[in-house]
Design a protein around this ligand. Structure first.
Ligand code: NAD
Ligand code: ZN
Length: 366
């Protein structure tokens, strides 16, 4: 039995269906949602090799017409040239208002295909079929879509909610282990930021989540529910949604410091960043060092980096890191905004952090 998480945003609601083997129901679900609609699948070469034939078969068995657009895998495809090609190919596939685009892939495909959908014919509806753990628990929920600018990541985009999300947990079986682990950092994030009981459950059950049994579905459902709840209360990130950035300020600095290379994947940077947010909070006396050590112990147990020394090739020096942190979060009246914690499951937004204190903390770590 699949798990359904409902996302309610203003007047609109849509479902995230989570379960093993759900891809086989793609055609039937689309036919039920939008009878007579034609579809175009946007995917990347890696995902196409593993899962495009099954997706196409599911559509054609239900009598849903489809074509496919396959792009180069990786962050490099979140650029204008690929966006242009995807838009033109969607139009060439004669997808019209009322038809559907299907994003079949990780966060790169969701962001790219979602943004193209928001623009073609001033807005096409689209379905997300996330195929990475990160995409199933994070990027497919919340409606942020976009591409990168030469000035920085995700600077060009739109809010565009999907009409349906199908998270087939079996698709993750073909995901490289390192990508799965990196996505797991975002799962643990939901426990660390607002749900101590879920974090305790993960400590006990993470092996089953990795192995792919029903525990995986549960972890993904809890994560989607957590993100959907936050997004429903604060779609445009005027407040609470910022909590989802736990670990991301330190994390982005390390990611950027490694040149966004495969030396440090996003989720790996977030794992390290979250532990540092806990350590920094403990240093400020907001939480105990025991809580920080508990967060570190779990992330280290699954094989994620939790010390600066775990980053292959090292990280930039303190001056460079401070510059990157200042760039990431706007400095207001000389103060930085950080997501800090009072304990596991108790994150809060602190917008009065003294840069000198961050620098002193980093000097102890780097
Ligand atoms: P990704 O889409 O590049 O996927 C990672 C790698 O795994 C790629 O090489 C991909 O081809 C491969 N892959 C994906 N699914 C596979 C499968 N089932 N089997 C085999 N290989 C598979 O990266 P990601 O980690 O999924 O997403 C990262 C992107 O998501 C970033 O661009 C980030 O900015 C974005 N993001 C967006 C949001 C949002 O709210 N929109 C949130 C978080 C992250
Ligand atoms: Zn993230």
């Amino acid at each position: 039995e699949p798990i359904t998480v409902e996302v309610a945003l203003g007047e609109r609601t849509y479902d995230i269906a989570i379960g093993r083997g759900l891809l086989a129901s793609l055609g039937a679900r689309i036919k039920a949602l939008r009878p007579g609609a034609r579809t175009v699948i946007v995917t990347d070469e890696n995902v196409a090799k593993q899962h495009l034939p099954a997706a196409q078969a599911a559509l054609s068995e239900a009598g849903v017409e489809s074509s496919a657009i396959v792009v180069t895998p990786g962050e490099g495809s979140k650029k204008f040239a690929t966006f242009e090609r995807v838009c033109e190919d969607i139009i060439a596939a004669r997808i019209e208002r009322g038809d559907l685009a299907i994003a079949l892939g990780g966060g790169v495909i969701g962001d790219l295909a979602g943004f193209a959908s928001s623009c073609v014919r001033r807005g096409l509806d689209f379905v997300q079929v996330p195929t990475s753990l990160l995409a199933q628990v994070d990027s497919s929920v919340g409606g942020k879509t976009g591409i990168n600018s030469r000035h920085g990541k995700n600077l060009i985009g739109a809010f565009h909610q999907p009409v349906l999300v199908i998270a087939d947990t079996a698709l993750l079986d073909t995901l490289p282990a390192r990508e799965f682990r990196a996505g797991y950092a975002e799962v643990a994030k939901y426990g660390l930021l607002g749900d101590e009981a879920f974090f305790a459950w993960l400590e006990a059950n993470w092996r089953e989540v990795f192995a792919g049994g029903p525990a995986r579905e549960h972890a993904i459902a809890v994560s989607c529910r957590a993100k959907a709840g936050v997004v429903a209360r604060d779609e445009r990130e005027t407040g609470e949604r910022a909590l989802l950035n736990l670990g991301h300020t330190f994390g982005h600095a390390f990611e950027a410091g490694c040149g966004f290379s495969d030396r440090l994947l996003h989720g790996e940077a977030v794992a390290l960043g979250m532990v540092m947010a806990f350590d920094f909070s403990a240093r400020k006396g907001l939480t105990s060092q025991a809580e920080a050590d508990r967060a570190r112990a779990h992330l280290a147990a699954v094989g994620l980096p939790t010390h600066v020394r775990d980053v292959a090739g090292g990280v930039p020096g303190i001056d460079a890191l401070m510059d990157l942190i200042a760039q990431d979060k706007k400095v207001k009246r000389g103060k930085l905004t950080f997501i800090l914690v009072r304990g596991i499951g108790q994150a809060f937004i602190e917008n009065n952090v003294d840069p000198a204190e961050v620098r002193a903390f980093l000097a102890e770590q780097v």
